[in-house]
Design a protein around this ligand. Structure first.
Ligand SMILES: [Zn+2]
Ligand SMILES: [Zn+2]
Length: 280
């Protein structure tokens, strides 16, 4: 695994990438603080068994959201032109193609990203929230980022719903709440309060849950076929669900949900693809 230099990994390639990264960087820790300090003390006895268990679970989810996102940004999945040598075998070489932008001969399933301005090995798509492309070497981290974002935001939405609509129903069940939810900027201008802020975080969590769930639903059939977004309907590299999952999550895929720090080597270098075979 090759890591990108920090100066590149943390330098968003465009303004929209910077805005999305900033949104996640602010939204995730604020949600955690809101959940642990505002919502949970009203649902469980502080310091009790349930409070401690939920707090530990929330910490685990927070750890996996942030560390998988950082791994996405740090792990280099771009071509390394200086070490990327075309194969000598004519059968393999025929599959390589020229990238005009990089002025280099690149492997099959490697495509250029106009935002990153580099070719990406087994490129899937450009992710605004990590400010980089998702490809062969960092798909695992992107996948778990989505999974944990979906679990975390979904859990917060359930608990915050109990907090807002049941425990504090007397305050939140009123017409003003509709304005605060649908036009948060107006409600903050009219009346800045913690309650408005909780509603704002609540709806951001609904959005985060919805978007991550939709992305998982969208990406799952592609993942299942061993394909990438550009060739989403292709079954050329379909090796069966288990082998396709291993191609993305690595040889110790059963452990990868625990942490991005657990080593799980990929069974393929992402360079010389032979359709229908696991590795050359
Ligand atoms: Zn290129
Ligand atoms: Zn990109």
């Amino acid at each position: 695994m090759i890591l990108r230099p920090l100066s590149k990994a943390f330098k968003p390639p465009s303004t929209s990438d910077a805005a999305c990264i900033l949104l996640v960087a602010v939204f995730v820790p604020l949600t955690y603080i809101f959940h642990v300090t505002v919502v949970m003390p009203e649902l469980h006895v502080v310091g009790g068994l349930w409070y401690t268990l939920v707090w530990l679970a929330a910490l685990f989810v927070l750890f996996n959201i942030t560390s998988n996102l950082l791994a996405c940004m740090l792990v280099d999945t771009t071509i390394k032109k200086e070490i990327l040598k075309p194969p000598l075998e004519p059968e393999l070489l025929r599959q390589w193609h020229m990238c005009d932008a990089c002025q280099a001969l690149v492997p099959p399933r490697t495509w250029h990203c106009d935002v990153c301005d580099v070719c990406i090995i087994k490129r899937d798509h450009h992710c605004r929230f990590s400010g980089c492309c998702i490809g062969h070497h960092n798909y695992r981290y992107f996948f778990y980022f989505l999974v944990y974002m979906c679990i975390g935001a979904g859990f917060v939405v359930i608990n915050a719903s109990i907090y807002l609509w049941y425990l504090h129903a007397d305050y939140y069940w009123r017409p003003y709440t509709v304005i605060a939810l649908f036009v948060p900027a107006l409600s903050f201008t009219l009346f800045a309060s913690w309650e408005n802020f909780y509603l704002f975080l609540y709806e951001l969590n609904i959005l985060a849950f919805g978007i991550s769930l939709l992305m998982l639903i969208y990406h799952f059939p592609i993942f299942k076929r061993g394909a990438v977004m550009k060739q989403r309907n292709s079954t050329k590299h379909d090796l069966g669900l288990r082998a396709n999952a291993e191609m993305v999550l690595g040889k110790r895929m059963h452990l990868t949900w625990l942490s991005p720090f657990l080593r799980s080597d990929l069974p393929h270098d992402g360079i010389n693809w032979i359709p229908g075979s696991k590795a050359e």
